[in-house]
Design a protein around this ligand. Structure first.
Ligand code: PLP
Ligand code: COI
Length: 344
Protein backbone atom coordinates (compact mmCIF):
# COMPACT_ATOMS: atom_id res chain seq x y z
CA UNK A 1 0.00 0.00 0.00
CA UNK A 2 1.26 3.50 -0.80
CA UNK A 3 2.29 5.73 2.07
CA UNK A 4 -0.43 8.20 3.02
CA UNK A 5 -0.11 11.53 4.80
CA UNK A 6 -1.52 10.95 8.29
CA UNK A 7 -4.28 13.12 9.80
CA UNK A 8 -3.22 15.61 12.43
CA UNK A 9 -4.56 13.68 15.44
CA UNK A 10 -3.15 13.54 18.97
CA UNK A 11 -2.79 9.74 18.71
CA UNK A 12 -1.33 9.30 22.20
CA UNK A 13 -4.37 10.84 23.89
CA UNK A 14 -7.20 9.05 22.10
CA UNK A 15 -9.76 7.29 24.25
CA UNK A 16 -12.19 4.64 23.07
CA UNK A 17 -14.72 6.84 21.32
CA UNK A 18 -16.19 7.39 17.86
CA UNK A 19 -14.53 9.76 15.41
CA UNK A 20 -16.10 9.98 11.98
CA UNK A 21 -13.63 8.98 9.26
CA UNK A 22 -13.85 9.42 5.51
CA UNK A 23 -15.24 6.23 3.99
CA UNK A 24 -17.30 3.29 5.11
CA UNK A 25 -18.48 0.17 3.29
CA UNK A 26 -22.14 -0.58 2.68
CA UNK A 27 -23.89 -3.58 1.11
CA UNK A 28 -27.63 -4.23 0.91
CA UNK A 29 -29.58 -7.49 0.95
CA UNK A 30 -32.86 -7.57 -0.92
CA UNK A 31 -34.93 -10.25 -2.69
CA UNK A 32 -32.73 -12.96 -1.27
CA UNK A 33 -29.33 -11.63 -2.45
CA UNK A 34 -26.53 -9.24 -1.50
CA UNK A 35 -25.67 -6.43 -3.93
CA UNK A 36 -22.03 -5.75 -4.87
CA UNK A 37 -21.38 -3.39 -1.96
CA UNK A 38 -19.32 -0.19 -2.14
CA UNK A 39 -17.53 2.50 -0.21
CA UNK A 40 -19.57 5.58 0.66
CA UNK A 41 -19.05 8.99 2.29
CA UNK A 42 -22.50 8.73 3.87
CA UNK A 43 -22.10 8.18 7.60
CA UNK A 44 -25.81 8.38 8.40
CA UNK A 45 -28.47 5.78 7.67
CA UNK A 46 -32.07 6.52 6.71
CA UNK A 47 -34.63 3.82 7.37
CA UNK A 48 -38.28 3.16 8.17
CA UNK A 49 -39.51 4.06 11.64
CA UNK A 50 -40.65 0.44 11.76
CA UNK A 51 -37.30 -1.11 10.75
CA UNK A 52 -36.75 -4.50 12.40
CA UNK A 53 -33.51 -3.29 14.00
CA UNK A 54 -35.35 -0.43 15.73
CA UNK A 55 -38.34 -2.45 16.90
CA UNK A 56 -36.89 -5.89 17.63
CA UNK A 57 -33.13 -5.28 17.91
CA UNK A 58 -32.22 -7.49 14.96
CA UNK A 59 -28.57 -6.45 14.78
CA UNK A 60 -25.21 -8.20 15.16
CA UNK A 61 -21.71 -6.76 14.98
CA UNK A 62 -17.98 -7.37 15.12
CA UNK A 63 -14.90 -5.51 16.30
CA UNK A 64 -11.34 -5.78 15.00
CA UNK A 65 -8.35 -3.50 14.60
CA UNK A 66 -5.86 -2.36 11.97
CA UNK A 67 -2.29 -1.78 13.15
CA UNK A 68 0.82 -0.19 11.70
CA UNK A 69 3.66 -2.67 12.09
CA UNK A 70 7.25 -1.85 13.01
CA UNK A 71 8.23 -2.05 9.33
CA UNK A 72 5.40 0.26 8.26
CA UNK A 73 2.86 -2.23 6.88
CA UNK A 74 -0.83 -1.95 7.75
CA UNK A 75 -2.29 -5.22 9.01
CA UNK A 76 -5.41 -6.64 10.60
CA UNK A 77 -5.50 -9.53 13.06
CA UNK A 78 -7.36 -12.75 12.15
CA UNK A 79 -10.28 -11.07 10.28
CA UNK A 80 -11.39 -14.52 9.09
CA UNK A 81 -12.44 -15.33 12.65
CA UNK A 82 -14.52 -12.16 12.87
CA UNK A 83 -16.25 -13.14 9.61
CA UNK A 84 -16.98 -16.62 10.99
CA UNK A 85 -18.32 -15.25 14.26
CA UNK A 86 -20.54 -12.76 12.41
CA UNK A 87 -21.90 -15.71 10.46
CA UNK A 88 -22.75 -17.56 13.70
CA UNK A 89 -24.36 -14.42 15.13
CA UNK A 90 -26.41 -13.83 11.97
CA UNK A 91 -27.71 -17.40 11.87
CA UNK A 92 -28.82 -17.24 15.52
CA UNK A 93 -30.93 -14.13 14.77
CA UNK A 94 -32.30 -15.49 11.44
CA UNK A 95 -30.29 -13.04 9.35
CA UNK A 96 -28.60 -13.72 6.00
CA UNK A 97 -24.90 -14.53 6.17
CA UNK A 98 -22.50 -11.97 4.75
CA UNK A 99 -19.91 -14.09 2.87
CA UNK A 100 -16.47 -14.40 4.47
CA UNK A 101 -14.46 -13.36 1.40
CA UNK A 102 -16.67 -10.30 0.96
CA UNK A 103 -16.30 -9.47 4.66
CA UNK A 104 -12.51 -9.51 4.39
CA UNK A 105 -12.65 -7.48 1.18
CA UNK A 106 -14.90 -4.90 2.87
CA UNK A 107 -12.47 -4.61 5.80
CA UNK A 108 -9.56 -4.16 3.36
CA UNK A 109 -11.40 -1.47 1.40
CA UNK A 110 -12.30 0.49 4.53
CA UNK A 111 -8.77 0.37 5.93
CA UNK A 112 -7.26 1.39 2.58
CA UNK A 113 -9.70 4.27 2.15
CA UNK A 114 -8.99 5.52 5.69
CA UNK A 115 -5.23 4.90 5.72
CA UNK A 116 -4.70 8.46 6.94
CA UNK A 117 -6.47 7.46 10.16
CA UNK A 118 -4.43 4.33 10.86
CA UNK A 119 -2.33 5.41 13.87
CA UNK A 120 1.46 5.31 13.41
CA UNK A 121 3.56 2.51 14.88
CA UNK A 122 4.38 3.10 18.51
CA UNK A 123 1.61 5.67 19.10
CA UNK A 124 -0.38 3.33 21.36
CA UNK A 125 -3.48 3.87 19.20
CA UNK A 126 -5.08 1.61 16.56
CA UNK A 127 -7.82 1.85 13.94
CA UNK A 128 -10.92 0.10 15.28
CA UNK A 129 -13.16 -1.47 12.66
CA UNK A 130 -16.82 -2.08 13.33
CA UNK A 131 -18.61 -4.40 10.89
CA UNK A 132 -22.35 -4.70 11.56
CA UNK A 133 -25.46 -6.21 10.03
CA UNK A 134 -29.07 -5.27 10.73
CA UNK A 135 -32.66 -5.78 9.56
CA UNK A 136 -33.76 -2.61 7.77
CA UNK A 137 -37.26 -3.09 6.32
CA UNK A 138 -40.51 -2.45 8.22
CA UNK A 139 -41.63 -5.27 10.46
CA UNK A 140 -44.48 -4.94 12.95
CA UNK A 141 -45.53 -8.53 13.68
CA UNK A 142 -42.59 -10.28 15.34
CA UNK A 143 -40.55 -11.88 12.56
CA UNK A 144 -37.15 -11.42 10.92
CA UNK A 145 -36.65 -8.66 8.35
CA UNK A 146 -36.46 -9.46 4.65
CA UNK A 147 -34.00 -6.68 3.83
CA UNK A 148 -30.65 -6.11 5.54
CA UNK A 149 -27.73 -3.73 5.48
CA UNK A 150 -24.11 -4.66 6.21
CA UNK A 151 -21.66 -1.88 7.00
CA UNK A 152 -18.07 -1.48 8.12
CA UNK A 153 -16.82 1.80 9.54
CA UNK A 154 -13.46 2.74 11.03
CA UNK A 155 -12.52 4.97 13.94
CA UNK A 156 -9.11 5.55 15.56
CA UNK A 157 -9.04 4.53 19.23
CA UNK A 158 -6.83 4.47 22.29
CA UNK A 159 -7.22 2.27 25.39
CA UNK A 160 -10.70 0.94 26.27
CA UNK A 161 -10.25 1.67 29.97
CA UNK A 162 -9.00 5.08 31.08
CA UNK A 163 -5.44 4.78 32.35
CA UNK A 164 -4.45 2.15 29.79
CA UNK A 165 -2.45 -0.54 31.54
CA UNK A 166 -3.41 0.47 35.11
CA UNK A 167 -5.32 -2.28 36.93
CA UNK A 168 -9.05 -1.70 37.21
CA UNK A 169 -11.60 -2.53 39.89
CA UNK A 170 -14.71 -4.48 38.98
CA UNK A 171 -17.70 -5.73 40.92
CA UNK A 172 -19.90 -8.79 40.69
CA UNK A 173 -23.22 -7.90 39.03
CA UNK A 174 -26.53 -9.14 40.41
CA UNK A 175 -28.12 -8.68 36.98
CA UNK A 176 -27.29 -10.95 34.03
CA UNK A 177 -26.20 -9.99 30.52
CA UNK A 178 -27.35 -13.27 29.00
CA UNK A 179 -29.90 -16.01 29.67
CA UNK A 180 -29.18 -19.73 30.01
CA UNK A 181 -29.50 -21.09 26.45
CA UNK A 182 -29.81 -17.47 25.25
CA UNK A 183 -27.61 -15.30 23.05
CA UNK A 184 -24.56 -14.74 25.28
CA UNK A 185 -22.33 -16.63 22.84
CA UNK A 186 -23.05 -14.37 19.86
CA UNK A 187 -22.25 -10.72 19.28
CA UNK A 188 -25.77 -9.29 19.22
CA UNK A 189 -26.52 -5.69 20.11
CA UNK A 190 -29.22 -6.94 22.48
CA UNK A 191 -26.59 -8.43 24.85
CA UNK A 192 -25.04 -4.99 25.25
CA UNK A 193 -28.43 -3.34 25.83
CA UNK A 194 -28.89 -5.91 28.62
CA UNK A 195 -25.62 -4.77 30.23
CA UNK A 196 -26.21 -1.00 30.17
CA UNK A 197 -28.16 -0.54 33.39
CA UNK A 198 -25.83 -2.61 35.54
CA UNK A 199 -22.81 -0.97 33.83
CA UNK A 200 -24.03 2.53 34.69
CA UNK A 201 -24.87 1.40 38.22
CA UNK A 202 -21.33 -0.03 38.54
CA UNK A 203 -19.88 3.30 37.36
CA UNK A 204 -22.04 5.23 39.83
CA UNK A 205 -20.68 3.03 42.61
CA UNK A 206 -17.09 3.68 41.48
CA UNK A 207 -16.35 0.44 39.59
CA UNK A 208 -14.94 0.22 36.07
CA UNK A 209 -16.86 -2.87 34.93
CA UNK A 210 -19.03 -5.81 36.01
CA UNK A 211 -18.15 -9.44 36.40
CA UNK A 212 -21.13 -11.48 35.23
CA UNK A 213 -21.72 -14.90 36.78
CA UNK A 214 -23.46 -17.76 35.00
CA UNK A 215 -27.14 -16.87 34.66
CA UNK A 216 -28.44 -20.28 35.84
CA UNK A 217 -26.70 -20.60 39.22
CA UNK A 218 -24.65 -17.42 39.84
CA UNK A 219 -21.77 -19.54 41.10
CA UNK A 220 -19.45 -19.58 38.06
CA UNK A 221 -17.43 -16.81 36.41
CA UNK A 222 -18.57 -15.81 32.92
CA UNK A 223 -17.19 -12.56 31.48
CA UNK A 224 -17.58 -8.78 31.61
CA UNK A 225 -19.77 -6.66 29.33
CA UNK A 226 -17.05 -6.54 26.67
CA UNK A 227 -14.25 -8.99 27.43
CA UNK A 228 -13.42 -12.55 28.58
CA UNK A 229 -11.48 -13.37 31.76
CA UNK A 230 -8.00 -14.83 32.05
CA UNK A 231 -6.67 -15.82 35.46
CA UNK A 232 -3.18 -16.86 36.48
CA UNK A 233 -2.75 -19.37 39.32
CA UNK A 234 -0.09 -18.94 41.98
CA UNK A 235 1.96 -21.64 40.25
CA UNK A 236 1.79 -19.87 36.89
CA UNK A 237 -0.98 -21.72 35.03
CA UNK A 238 -3.53 -19.89 32.90
CA UNK A 239 -7.20 -20.52 33.70
CA UNK A 240 -10.02 -19.20 31.51
CA UNK A 241 -13.76 -19.80 31.94
CA UNK A 242 -15.56 -22.16 29.60
CA UNK A 243 -19.28 -21.54 29.17
CA UNK A 244 -21.96 -21.66 26.50
CA UNK A 245 -23.16 -18.19 27.41
CA UNK A 246 -19.93 -16.19 26.89
CA UNK A 247 -18.65 -14.70 23.66
CA UNK A 248 -15.89 -16.82 22.08
CA UNK A 249 -13.28 -14.07 22.18
CA UNK A 250 -10.73 -14.11 19.37
CA UNK A 251 -8.21 -12.42 21.67
CA UNK A 252 -8.72 -15.10 24.34
CA UNK A 253 -8.38 -17.93 21.82
CA UNK A 254 -5.18 -16.30 20.50
CA UNK A 255 -3.79 -15.80 24.02
CA UNK A 256 -4.39 -19.45 24.87
CA UNK A 257 -2.26 -20.37 21.84
CA UNK A 258 0.39 -17.79 22.76
CA UNK A 259 0.52 -19.09 26.35
CA UNK A 260 0.94 -22.69 25.19
CA UNK A 261 3.21 -22.24 22.18
CA UNK A 262 5.22 -19.08 22.87
CA UNK A 263 5.41 -19.02 26.66
CA UNK A 264 5.22 -22.71 27.46
CA UNK A 265 2.47 -22.24 30.03
CA UNK A 266 -0.21 -24.73 30.98
CA UNK A 267 -3.73 -23.55 30.10
CA UNK A 268 -6.98 -24.79 31.58
CA UNK A 269 -10.22 -23.90 29.81
CA UNK A 270 -12.87 -24.99 32.26
CA UNK A 271 -15.71 -23.91 34.48
CA UNK A 272 -14.38 -21.48 37.09
CA UNK A 273 -16.24 -21.21 40.38
CA UNK A 274 -16.44 -17.70 41.81
CA UNK A 275 -15.22 -19.22 45.08
CA UNK A 276 -11.88 -20.01 43.41
CA UNK A 277 -11.19 -16.45 42.32
CA UNK A 278 -9.68 -15.40 45.66
CA UNK A 279 -6.91 -17.98 45.14
CA UNK A 280 -5.64 -16.64 41.80
CA UNK A 281 -2.49 -14.53 41.53
CA UNK A 282 -3.44 -12.37 38.53
CA UNK A 283 -6.54 -11.47 36.57
CA UNK A 284 -7.00 -9.83 33.18
CA UNK A 285 -9.80 -8.93 30.77
CA UNK A 286 -9.13 -9.80 27.15
CA UNK A 287 -10.76 -8.59 24.00
CA UNK A 288 -10.08 -6.57 20.87
CA UNK A 289 -10.93 -3.30 22.60
CA UNK A 290 -9.53 -4.29 26.01
CA UNK A 291 -6.40 -6.07 24.60
CA UNK A 292 -5.50 -7.37 28.08
CA UNK A 293 -6.61 -5.03 30.81
CA UNK A 294 -5.35 -6.05 34.25
CA UNK A 295 -7.87 -6.36 37.09
CA UNK A 296 -6.50 -5.42 40.52
CA UNK A 297 -9.60 -5.88 42.64
CA UNK A 298 -12.97 -7.62 42.45
CA UNK A 299 -15.73 -6.63 44.88
CA UNK A 300 -18.63 -8.95 45.68
CA UNK A 301 -21.23 -7.17 47.82
CA UNK A 302 -18.62 -5.39 49.92
CA UNK A 303 -16.22 -8.33 50.10
CA UNK A 304 -12.95 -7.47 48.38
CA UNK A 305 -10.65 -9.80 46.48
CA UNK A 306 -7.31 -8.05 45.96
CA UNK A 307 -4.94 -9.82 43.59
CA UNK A 308 -1.30 -10.03 44.72
CA UNK A 309 -0.33 -8.22 41.47
CA UNK A 310 -1.77 -5.06 43.07
CA UNK A 311 -3.24 -1.82 41.72
CA UNK A 312 -0.15 -0.27 40.17
CA UNK A 313 0.91 -2.52 37.32
CA UNK A 314 0.08 -5.66 35.35
CA UNK A 315 1.06 -8.95 36.94
CA UNK A 316 4.15 -10.61 35.54
CA UNK A 317 2.41 -13.31 33.51
CA UNK A 318 -0.34 -11.06 32.16
CA UNK A 319 2.42 -8.64 31.11
CA UNK A 320 4.22 -11.42 29.21
CA UNK A 321 1.02 -12.40 27.44
CA UNK A 322 0.35 -8.75 26.60
CA UNK A 323 3.87 -8.17 25.27
CA UNK A 324 3.80 -11.31 23.14
CA UNK A 325 0.35 -10.73 21.66
CA UNK A 326 0.95 -7.06 20.88
CA UNK A 327 4.43 -8.00 19.57
CA UNK A 328 2.76 -10.39 17.12
CA UNK A 329 0.12 -7.82 16.13
CA UNK A 330 2.68 -5.04 15.58
CA UNK A 331 5.14 -7.28 13.69
CA UNK A 332 7.89 -7.43 16.34
CA UNK A 333 7.40 -11.15 16.93
CA UNK A 334 6.80 -13.77 14.26
CA UNK A 335 3.10 -14.67 14.01
CA UNK A 336 1.55 -18.11 13.61
CA UNK A 337 0.56 -18.75 9.98
CA UNK A 338 -2.58 -16.88 8.93
CA UNK A 339 -2.86 -14.57 11.93
CA UNK A 340 -1.66 -11.38 10.26
CA UNK A 341 -3.60 -10.11 7.27
CA UNK A 342 -1.70 -7.41 5.43
CA UNK A 343 -3.67 -4.67 3.70
CA UNK A 344 -1.94 -4.15 0.37
N1 PLP B 1 -16.82 -10.66 25.35
C1 PLP B 1 -17.66 -9.72 24.95
C2 PLP B 1 -19.00 -9.65 25.58
C3 PLP B 1 -17.27 -8.82 23.94
O1 PLP B 1 -18.08 -7.86 23.53
C4 PLP B 1 -15.99 -8.93 23.37
C5 PLP B 1 -15.57 -8.04 22.30
O2 PLP B 1 -15.62 -8.34 21.15
C6 PLP B 1 -15.14 -9.94 23.84
C7 PLP B 1 -15.59 -10.79 24.82
C8 PLP B 1 -13.78 -10.11 23.26
O3 PLP B 1 -13.84 -10.71 21.99
P1 PLP B 1 -12.70 -10.46 20.93
O4 PLP B 1 -11.45 -10.87 21.56
O5 PLP B 1 -13.08 -11.34 19.79
O6 PLP B 1 -12.74 -9.03 20.59
C1 COI C 1 -14.49 -5.34 21.07
O1 COI C 1 -13.61 -5.63 21.89
O2 COI C 1 -14.27 -5.22 19.86
C2 COI C 1 -15.86 -5.14 21.48
O3 COI C 1 -16.72 -5.21 20.67
C3 COI C 1 -16.15 -4.82 22.87
C4 COI C 1 -17.06 -3.64 22.94
C5 COI C 1 -17.67 -3.65 24.28
C6 COI C 1 -16.34 -2.37 22.64
Amino acid sequence: MEKTEKKDIDWGNLGFSYMQTEKRYVANYKDGAWDDGMLTDEATITMSECACVLQYAQTVFEGLKAYTTKDGRIVTFRPDLNAERLEASAKRLEMPVFPKEKFIEAVEQVVRANAAYVPPYGSGATLYLRPFLFGINSVIGVKPAEEYQFRVFATPVGPYFKGGAKPITIRVSDLDRAAPHGTGNIKAGLNYAMSLHTLMDAHRQGYDENMFLDPATHTKVEETGGANFLFVTKDGKIVTPKSDSILPSITRRSLVYVAQHYLNLEVQEREVLFDEVKDFAECGLCGTAAVISPVGKIVNHGEEICFPSGMEQMGETIQKLYDTLTGIQMGRIEAPAGWIHEIK
